[in-house]
Design a protein around this ligand. Structure first.
Ligand code: ATP
Length: 343
């Protein structure tokens, strides 16, 4: 399916056998043709995070140093202790660690990209100033809300023993606002039309620095095609992860952890994710990724491999060091796979 995401997707790009897909010229086909290579120029660390005597769950009293200012990938078979070490032990030593995951941001049906990024407050102020009325009139959470759907744009009908039925609000026709709010315009568009703009369209529409900076960050992580008003609870895990990363793009000196961030991502999404992680590192942050995906492992500056097996048969450090040296580590299962699949 493709060719891209959101409104720009939804078309069948190819159907047939695997061989045909490889030669189809589609984005998926092109990625299947490319051979993964180990990163040649790894970055140097600018310090170390030190974890001592970790014995939680299956960890065998291990002590380890994780390089700062580079991307470390933590590998090992399922159940070897990766999450225990990085998600549970690391924050005990470094509570400032920031976890970026694919989980819902806020379950609220009312949150969207515009509210989450703080852009909506600025947009409401612009509407207010242009029309000399209160900003609250342009809020679907208060004064401007359609009274029938309470600003949700849809109504929910609970049916016993069946899924809730969702209908477009018959009063506002899904645009969430009362008529008075919709009668006011900013550069020729009403507030509902603005929320229906994609990030790309909004970048053309808004020239105010406060808004375009936020929009640019979203575009940088590939969120160009989502409308400002799309509820956060309808975004995919990969999209949520990118929105969280967009929020961090200007930060530096932080410690970020991502636990299997490639889950559910297409190969082209993975290369975009790697570019974002690189940008965080270039800005002076430390990135630690727990991953099984060879495309990510191959781009590490430093690798920590746990094993040898799962549960009580795991919890030991099999390897820590540069990716090129892992290849020669005979006791590591990860090394055997790296040798097979990576040039
Ligand atoms: N809360 C817990 N209590 C007891 N044992 C646990 C707990 N959490 C994890 N374990 C065990 O510790 C071991 C390591 O689990 P962990 O989740 O760290 O593995 P992992 O390498 O991250 O695996 P995966 O790749 O499947 O996520 C496993 O045997 C697991 O069953």
């Amino acid at each position: 399916m493709g060719p891209r995401a959101g409104r720009n997707g939804g078309k069948i790009m190819y159907q047939g056998d695997f061989n045909g897909l490889v030669h189809s010229g589609t984005t998926t086909g092109k990625y299947l043709c490319t051979q993964t290579q180990l990163k040649k120029n790894v970055r140097n660390s600018n310090g170390w995070l030190s974890l001592k005597d970790a014995n939680l769950h299956n960890l065998k009293n291990i002590s380890i140093s994780i390089p700062k200012g580079v991307m470390t990938v933590v590998t090992g078979v399922a159940g070897s202790g990766k999450s225990t070490l990085i998600n549970h032990v690391l924050p005990k030593f470094y509570p400032e660690t920031i976890f970026i995951d694919q989980k819902p941001i806020r379950a609220s049906k009312r949150s969207n990209i515009a509210t989450f990024t703080g852009m909506f407050d600025i947009i409401r102020r612009l509407f207010s100033k242009a029309n000399n009325v209160k900003p609250a009139l342009f809020s679907f959470n208060s004064q401007g809300a359609c009274p029938n759907c309470k600003g949700l744009g849809v109504t929910y009908t609970d049916l016993a023993f069946m899924d809730t039925v969702v209908n477009v609000c018959e009063v506002c026709q899904g645009n969430r606002f009362i008529d008075e709010a919709l009668s006011y315009k900013l550069h020729g568009k009403n507030i509902s039309e603005v929320l229906n703009m994609t990030v790309d369209e909004a970048l053309d529409f808004f020239h105010e620095k406060e808004i375009s900076t936020v929009l640019k960050r979203l575009a940088d992580v590939g969120i160009t095609y989502i409308t400002l008003g799309q509820p956060l609870n309808t975004l995919s895990g990969g999209e949520l992860q990118r929105i969280k990363l967009a929020d961090e793009l200007e930060s530096n000196g932080n410690i970020y952890v991502l636990d299997e961030p490639t889950t559910g991502l297409h190969m082209s999404d993975i290369s975009q994710l790697l570019k974002i992680l690189d940008r965080l590192v270039e800005q002076g942050s430390t990135v630690i990724v727990i991953e099984h995906n060879l495309d990510v492992i191959s781009q590490a500056d430093w690798i920590i491999d746990l094993g040898p097996f799962a549960g009580q048969n795991g919890g030991r450090i099999m390897f820590e060091g540069l990716p090129k040296d892992l290849i020669n580590c005979n006791s590591s299962i990860t090394a055997q796979y790296l040798k097979k699949y990576i040039k």
